[in-house]
Design a protein around this ligand. Sequence first.
Ligand code: G6P
Length: 364
Amino acid sequence: DANDLSKGAYDSYMLKEIDEQPAVLRRIIQTYTNINGDINMSSELIERLIQSDRLYIVAAGTSYHAGLIGKSLFEQLTDIPVEVVLASEFGYHLPKLSAHPFFLFLSQSGETADSRQVLVKIKKQNYPSLTITNVADSTLSREADYTLLLHAGPEIAVASTKAYTAQIAVESLLAKFLGTAKKIEAARQFDVRQELSLAATGMQSMIDEKDYISKLAKKYFYNQRTAFFIGRGNGYYLSLEAALKLKEVSYLHAEGFAAGELKHGTIALIEQDTPVVAFVTEAKTADHTRSNVQEVLSRGAKVLIISQENLVHPNDQLTFPVISELLNPLVAIIPTQLFAYFTAKARGNNVDQPRNLAKSVTVE
Ligand code: G6P
């Protein structure tokens, strides 16, 4: 149960929270939609969003990575240009803002100081703001004009898992609602309720492969010092999050790259048996990503491919059922969360309380 504060039969909160993700997704569907597919969110919020000409998504860490997936969702479903910005950078180097900006704060805890200093600044300019957070009475929630809750239940492990997928889900519902209000055809055609429930099923199918995923983790990561993740579009954004998870709990040096960018420098680091995980999650770039895979294979990399079923090749190690490319990150991220967990366990690390990290950082 996602609201349960005990670990129950689990050895760690991280594993419990990974397992809770399909249930959290279903709870988000139930909370925000009804059977007719109507979305239950404030219409005043939608009015404010319709009046804006650019959405600035402000976040840190894993929430920033959820914001990047949000950029694809909002741009494709609502036609609003989106900038995703790191809170710690943005506040002090304010770019030239559009005429009618709207600020979306993504924060699991709602307490991140880097994000709060941006909120304080933009409020002085009277710009409208929304916080998407897991914590109802948090600072960012109280201080923003609007709040949407993640309903993920308390996330206790320092490394964020279920908040990441919950943030993507809530962003997708908001994008659908806004796009429909703006009469955007792509939004009308996007059956968000159906896609989210397919995603919940897809997540479960990955979670059910835990034993196999633990064997892959052993084969690819246990004895490594470095690992790379590559992909394009949302697959690139997924790579950033997958690498962060591995760093946070397994203490491997891991990096995520746009697949096409690896050859412009970082490929120099590929040695015999360097693990490279590739996301093949987008039809229009699948062939290009696969040629990038060939480039690293010929330099000796040990490649692991995570692909969507319609794009699968016979030797891909992990495949998940087809859902909208806008939401397949919800499924594709699961095995990489498990890689991080299993590798950390095997190395004897404290999975829930990794060294040097805090659940929420309340200093700038
Ligand atoms: C800390 C946590 C990260 C988290 C980041 C942003 O650094 O260790 O896991 O992603 O803060 O937190 P927030 O609560 O704002 O999402």
